[in-house]
Design a protein around this ligand. Structure first.
Ligand code: NAP
Length: 490
């Protein structure tokens, strides 16, 4: 794993290098970040002090560097026989003094995966440079396929290749690349210091994704949705893989078009990638649309109309819904039974629908509260339950109040779907939101004298059942809870 460091002066560069060398295998000095042009002497001094393997890079802005550099400036810089790996652009390869055995020849495209990617590879591979590097922007997760194919090709040709699909859609190439033959992958020194789009925090590459342990046989699971980068699911599932001693890794897979993803990357009979894919978590906006793409769907998931878990079994994709069990489990743990209890469900989206489906089966007396009528009317008619406007809601007489709206999270972080005056007298307020862990609604409910339950136990319970479906093993709730809570507190 290579950690790029970028600093304006040598003092800061040296400091960043020392920090990076605590967990990097190689540190890349991004010399194009330096403000001064006259850095031959301080660079020689820094190189003499550093004992970790290094890559020197001095990238011009047209290839994603931080400064404008003329050809003459670049040639002059590289006319020193550095004793480290040197990452140079293709136009310099034959014009400079760098030893070919220490040369990485690189090509970057920050807009797309170019049509002529393979030709670019061939051109770079035909130079005398020892290592080829290609970093291109993925605009869709299926762009990773061409990078993985290139890695396969280079491996067969025994060519050392660094190939990266940049951007969130390309994360899989950063995490799985080394296991598929990539010479290295890059990880950022810290959050916010990424030197390219989609770079994963280097510490997380090791501590969350256990990148050194991933091989071609490693079981792969992932979260499919858009967006997914905020998710704490990789923290929970990878902690479970590590604790269970399972050879597995769980990745964020940013998928815009679920149909194309399933066809080209997931379904065993049509996919173009040879990988040990075992399971997928499915999140918004694909929970309903994925249903029609599967070979078998569990009855409850069919009835709810949503799949949040896919298992790859032989040549088939199987669909499950662990959200409902995840939702009811912590509630039953708290109240014992909901049979006969009066429950107010706030919201009329997917989570509200799942809540209504499972609570009805458990014998609760339900009423829906929603800001708009159409969705509430649909659920109301389907499950034969009354509904009323959320704004007029009064919850004094309810045993349980469940928030299934986003009020309290994201842009609505300071909002609550109900306040103290509406809540007094209610038994338990269950907020499905888990980020933040402590929501405004929970504060209001506590002030009103209600019992409270947050959304994190639901998140953990549904994830635990997913893990069981993929691996047959039952991870500890506490372990997954702590992993998620730690990630949320960051
Ligand atoms: P969804 O399908 O988008 O539904 C959201 C519902 O909330 C809709 O009925 C919507 O009303 C309503 N809503 C949206 N903005 C609102 C506002 N400003 N004021 C009042 N109502 C508003 O989302 P979902 O999948 O059901 O998820 C809902 C929440 O549940 C999420 O925010 C998430 O935090 C939580 N959740 C937690 C877990 C967990 O594991 N703990 C799992 C799933 C969901 P309209 O019908 O009028 O559009």
């Amino acid at each position: 794993m290579c950690v790029p460091v970028c600093a304006k002066d040598f003092a800061a560069l040296g400091h960043a290098c020392r920090r990076a060398s605590e967990f990097a295998d190689i540190v890349e000095l991004r010399l194009d970040c330096l403000e001064s042009d006259d850095f031959a002497a301080p660079l020689a001094e820094l190189l003499a002090r550093l004992s970790i393997p290094l890559i020197l890079t001095c990238r011009p802005s047209e290839q994603g560097g931080y400064r404008d550099l003329s050809l003459q400036q670049r040639e002059a810089f590289w006319n020193t026989d550095f004793q480290t790996l040197c990452d140079v652009e293709a136009d310099l390869v034959s014009a400079i003094a760098v030893d070919r055995s220490r040369m990485i020849v690189s090509h970057h495209d920050f807009k797309r995966v170019p049509d002529d990617l393979e030709l670019i590879y061939e051109r770079l591979a035909a130079t005398p440079a020892r290592i080829v590097k290609i970093a291109v922007q993925a605009n869709d997760i299926t762009d990773c396929l061409r990078i993985f194919k290139l890695l396969d090709r280079a491996r067969k040709q025994k060519r050392e290749l660094i190939a990266i699909a940049m951007g969130n859609a390309g994360i899989a190439t950063r995490i799985l690349g080394p296991s598929r033959g990539a010479y290295l992958t890059y990880g950022s020194l810290e959050d916010g210091s990424e030197t390219a789009p989609g770079q994963v925090n280097a510490r997380e590459l090791r501590s969350v994704y256990h990148i050194d342990k991933i091989s071609n046989e490693t079981m792969i699971c992932g979260l499919v949705g858009m967006p997914v980068m905020h998710s704490v699911s990789p923290h929970m599932h990878n902690a479970a893989f590590a604790a269970e001693g399972s050879d597995g890794v769980y990745l964020p897979l940013e998928v815009r078009d679920i149909e194309t993803f399933v066809k080209r990357m997931a379904h065993p009979s049509t996919r173009e990638l040879d990988w040990n894919l075992r399971g997928l978590s499915v999140t918004a906006p694909h929970k309903s649309s994925v249903l029609g793409l599967l070979d078998w769907v569990a009855k409850d998931a069919q009835e709810i109309g949503a799949v949040n878990t896919v298992v790859v079994e032989g040549q088939r994709l199987l669909g499950y819904n662990t959200d409902v069990a995840g939702l009811i489990e912590p509630l039953l743990e708290r109240v014992g039974s909901v049979n006969g209890l009066s429950v107010a469900v706030l919201g009329a989206g997917g989570a509200a629908r799942a809540a209504v489906w499972v609570l009805k089966r458990h014998g609760a007396r339900l009423r829906l509260f929603s800001r708009t009528r159409p969705n509430a009317e649909k659920i109301g008619q389907e499950f034969d339950i009354p509904f009323e406007p959320l704004s007029a809601g009064s919850f004094h007489d309810y045993d349980v109040v469940i928030n299934a709206t986003p009020l309290g999270s994201g842009p609505f972080i300071r909002h609550a779907p109900a306040v103290i005056e509406q809540l007094g007298g209610a038994g338990l307020v269950y907020d499905l939101i888990y980020n933040p862990i402590e929501t405004e609604l929970l504060k209001q409910a506590r002030a009103a004298g209600c019992q409270t339950l947050g959304g994190l136990p639901m998140l953990v319970a549904q994830a635990r059942r997913q893990f069981e479906l993929w691996t047959g093993k039952t991870p500890s709730s506490d372990l997954m809870h702590n992993a998620a809570a730690a990630a949320l507190r960051r």
